[in-house]
Design a protein around this ligand. Sequence first.
Ligand code: ADP
Length: 652
Amino acid sequence: MRFSRKSLSLLLVFVMIVGMITGCAQTDPAQTSESLAEQAEEKKVLFKPGTYMATAEGGYGGPISVSVTVSETEIEEIKVTEHKETESIGGIAISQIPEAIVKTQSLDVDAVSGATLASRTLLTAIKDALMQSGADIDKLMAAQQKEETISNTDTVRVETDVVIVGAGAAGFAAAVKINELGGSTVIVEKMPYVGGNTIRAGGAMNAADPERQNKQNMSKSEYDAILELLEIEPKNDTMKRWQDSVRADLATYNNEKSDYLYDSVDLHKLQSYVDGDYVGNVELIEYLCDHALESIHWLEGKGVEFEDEIGMVVGAIWRRSHMLVRAREMGVAIIEPLQQVAMDGETELYLQTKATELIENNGRVTGVKAVGNDGTNYEFIGAKGVIMATGGFGANIEMRQEYNTSGKWATLGEEIPTTNHPGATGDGIVMGQAIGADIIDMDQIQLMPMWPKTSGEGGHMTGVITNLMYVNENGERFVKEDGRRDEISIAALEQPGGYYWIVNDYADATDNGLKDDYLAAGVASGRCVMGNTIEELAVAMGTDPDSLKKTVEEFNRYVDGEKDPLGRSVFGKRIETGPFYASTFSPAVHHTMGGLRVNTFAQVLNNAGTPIEGLYAAGEVTGGLHGANRIGGNAVPDAIVNGMNAGENIMK
Ligand code: ADP
């Protein structure tokens, strides 16, 4: 499926959060499901014929309504009668999922929906309508999809300046940069939607940004955290240089009796390196942090909006996360404007077209072979080469297990969920390796501690990260909530049942923009529990009220400045304004830090450390930057900074 500048609007898929379901049927109510079951026995009747309506409430995005028409044996038609998603955001979900279900007579349409949140809202409505018709939903979910018959065996050759594989943040950043430099690109994307993992991420971007940070204050515990960093024995000259520069800044800061939130690109580098356990490549870290703010300004120039107030996402270590104004839409708020600019320029997009191997000519990469979903074979030829931007392998259980050798995780098998989209299968790494590319840090796999357990992808019920408190099922805190993702994940997996609760209060939830009806829907659907007092909340959680009350009291004292024995340094508000909320979370595979080895010019290196001519890579497909632990909020800057970097260098 090819898109160029005229046909942009329908590509992004997304969004929001499945909540309460309401439904009604336009059919004979006298016929009971019991009698239907009897009939089904006799005549293989699957449905009670009729047209059924249902609505699934999206948490933020508004309701999606459907009408589903069934005969006794077939789903005949599905119409989306109401949705409030913008065309470009809900486009693929709205247009393709109903068609795919009717075609395959199956509800197992992950390949089309990409299991994105908007798709789930739509699927919930469809399932509810079908339930009214007496359908066996489990059977429909398990129904095998018929294999697509390959109807086209011709090879189509497409020529451009640069072929980009993958339409995530890195791919689009590269495309836009190349267009700016006068080049043309073709983006090859295997999924039916763009945005990869980027549209599933919060989209926060770390960068030292004095203009914004100087307006906020630094706490004593934050100041002490910097002093601790400066006391670490430097591992090499580069780390010493970063420490010296921060030390000099702090001397000035003290002389001037400042109280603003201090930051610098060198502090960003130091924290990325130290919290990556000194495994990250210092040159790649330098490149990222030196260009992070520039990439934010570049995105702002494309219409991406960031809040003035700086925040801190989970595992970010420091308050330098730039939060999206359109935070409800997550990474879509980055991808959509970038895609718009790319498609207005010299970029063509092929969706549902999977790159399968790199094409080489006299030791130089000149293109990729790919196959479309209708079986069409393609050869995409790039006069200047290929940029691999295929993301990581978080959704590839075999690869996860193969490379799970760090000793950090007992297993990364299917019992551990992933936050990733189903296309994150490491294809770019495998294609690179096939032509001699080197790989690095493949065993470094990050789990996101904060993955909703009861709701799956149903959306977070929590508020601002700096306000939250984590407790186990005994109502006790077990980890510093502002710590590293791996430390929180390891600690969480050690708790009874391998899960934990995040506790917050009404002031926090509303601080984060969660509305009353969203919270009520969350409670009604079981995504969170609620109590007007802490004791009531404890009962709803099934935990000991005295224990939870004691934990909250202690927590509030740490917010007020008492030293937290677990070592947390960043605190926001006290937990004191009822009603109180709690939801369960467990860790999920989130980011694969290993991948293709690259240099600071985004060139892919072979086993001898020499660049492979014509082959560049950016984003999560690359390895070496984040070391043993990617700091929260460093992934999107990686994709944007290095996507731009790859675009610039391939054009040179
Ligand atoms: P990044 O953040 O590094 O840009 P994303 O996960 O956001 O990574 O995007 C990577 C994109 O690459 C996804 O949309 C994914 O579907 C796509 N992709 C992965 N493998 C292939 C492939 N073999 N052919 C085409 N696209 C691919």
